[in-house]
Design a protein around this ligand. Structure first.
Ligand SMILES: Nc1ncnc2c1ncn2[C@@H]1O[C@H](COP(=O)(O)OP(=O)(O)OP(=O)(O)O)[C@@H](O)[C@H]1O
Ligand SMILES: [Mg+2]
Length: 448
């Protein structure tokens, strides 16, 4: 197995004496050696070295084909990011230049001077490492949507749409029930945008009392009101150059809607108690679980504001409508917690799978998360059961009306007895039955 953190150096040289010498010299690295093209290519496949020192003057193979340039080209096809240093003997500069043109990183003319070669090799490793970090960074940018797990067609369309709109400055409105992933998507929009080097500033409009929301949004000057001890920028100002995520926008009071609209039209703010106008360049992303259309019709949400914030509207389907996602997410989350908690749990039992499929998931993905967390506490075996998840068994057990009635009766009796401190008369009264009937029922169900 290859360990990507170990610096691996492949040395290809047909002079066995020199090869051994070089191997000892570079003992700080993990050194692999080869004396011909075939072995070299095998090693490249197997170890994916970071750097290769290659003798360009390898003797021709059994078919008379020169191996030096051939190896160089094949190696670069297999591992385009490996840094290749070619060593030339008497072939001269012409060959060295050709090798560089073909993609080798550097060249070195024999005889070997260890110090100089050391320096070249060190630098090659360094460049290889920097390039690898850069690749990782740029890959992460493109996979900002990877925190989002889905195989549902509608969701996949939404992901595509987000990838398209993210780099623009259009305002996006994310609509969906609680726990459907509005926040994840808002973050993705920011991460995939050109503003990703700046902040995404979120404000949950439902969590802030009406009296405070304006100071939260617009900030205030020192002395603007009692308690304003120092000048404080608001969320809008903090989102300058970045993204402003107005979560639960449906909960914003009408009076604040007017001020927000003004900001969206003019793109300037004044802190409360301030006179200076501050220009703000920010991208607006909003989310709500409320029906904004209905709110507009009912006069609870300004229509003009609605159109400003919803240049692109994204309707996120509830989990119950994503056919394949329930199990997919459950499995994904199970694995996630399994790794976090180093647990022995292997998977779901069949009854759990049935129950997950049949549950309605009103709390959407957040509910799955919670139920899986719960299962990790409750589960005593290797397989999580429906009961561990706190879900009803939904194996296709035929409905038995008698059983359903009995269970309902037992639970009503228990409830009445508990809430009336086991006072039989009071319990009977609250159930709307006589004392003898209650006694009969208690006897029937063995409730003492
Ligand atoms: N498709 C998904 N893949 C993986 N995790 C997800 C997915 N959708 C949501 N989650 C996770 O579920 C939880 C709820 O998601 P999120 O906070 O984005 O939902 P929301 O729509 O903003 O909910 P609310 O309206 O309650 O604020 C988060 O922990 C999030 O990481
Ligand atoms: Mg949210």
């Amino acid at each position: 197995m290859t360990n990507k953190n170990i610096k691996t150096l492949l040395i290809v040289e047909d002079d066995k004496g020199l090869l051994t010498q070089l191997k000892w010299h570079f003992s700080d690295y993990k050194v692999i050696t080869a004396t011909n093209q075939k072995d070299a290519l095998d090693s490249i496949r197997r170890y994916e070295p970071n750097v290769m020192i290659q003798d360009l003057g390898l003797p021709p193979d059994e078919n008379g084909v020169t191996q030096g340039f051939e190896l160089l080209q094949q190696a670069l096809i297999l591992t385009p990011f490996m840094k290749i240093i070619v060593m030339t003997g008497n072939e001269g500069n012409e060959h060295a230049m050709k090798a560089v043109k073909l993609g080798s990183y550097d060249f070195y003319t024999k005889p070997v001077q260890p110090d100089v070669l050391d320096f070249i090799v060190q630098r090659a490793f360094h460049i290889n490492e920097i390039e690898s970090k850069n690749r990782k960074l740029s890959q992460n940018k493109n996979i900002a949507l990877t925190g989002l797990i889905t195989s549902d067609e509608t969701m996949l369309k939404i992901c595509k749409m987000i990838e398209k709109v993210a780099p623009t400055d259009t305002s996006c409105l994310l609509l969906g029930e609680s726990g459907t992933g509005k926040e994840i998507l808002a973050n993705s929009i920011h991460q995939l945008s050109n503003r990703c080097d700046h902040n995404i500033v979120a404000i949950n409009c439902a969590a802030i009392p009406e009296t405070l929301i304006e100071s939260e949004l617009f900030g205030y000057e020192k002395g603007a009101f009692t308690g304003a001890n120092k000048t404080t920028p608001g969320k809008i100002e903090l989102a300058h150059k970045g993204t402003l995520f107005l979560d639960e926008i449906g909960d914003i009071p009408l009076q604040t809607q007017v001020k927000l609209l003004r900001f969206l039209q003019e793109r300037v703010i004044e802190r409360i108690g301030g006179r200076t106008q501050i220009s703000i360049d920010t991208r607006i992303v909003c989310a709500t679980h409320r029906d904004l259309d209905a709110m507009v019709k009912a006069g609870e949400f300004r229509e003009d504001l609605f159109y400003r914030i919803a240049e692109i509207q994204i309707d996120i389907p509830p989990l119950r409508d994503r056919r394949t996602d329930k199990i997919l997410l459950a499995k994904y989350l199970l694995n996630k917690y399994k790794e976090q908690q180093k647990s022995n749990i292997i998977g779901f039992s069949e009854d759990a799978i049935n129950a997950i499929e049949n549950h309605n998931w009103p709390g959407n993905v957040r509910e799955i998360e919670n139920k899986i967390k719960r299962a990790f506490i409750m589960c005593d075996s290797k397989y999580v059961s429906a009961t561990d998840l706190g879900l009803k068994l939904t194996e296709n057990t035929p409905l038995n009306l008698k059983l359903v009635r009995q269970n309902a009766e037992i639970s009503a009796l228990k409830q009445a007895l508990i809430s009336n401190n086991n006072n039989i008369s009071a319990a009977a009264k609250s159930l709307g039955i006589t004392r003898p009937t209650l006694y009969d029922l208690m006897k029937k169900y063995d409730l003492n």
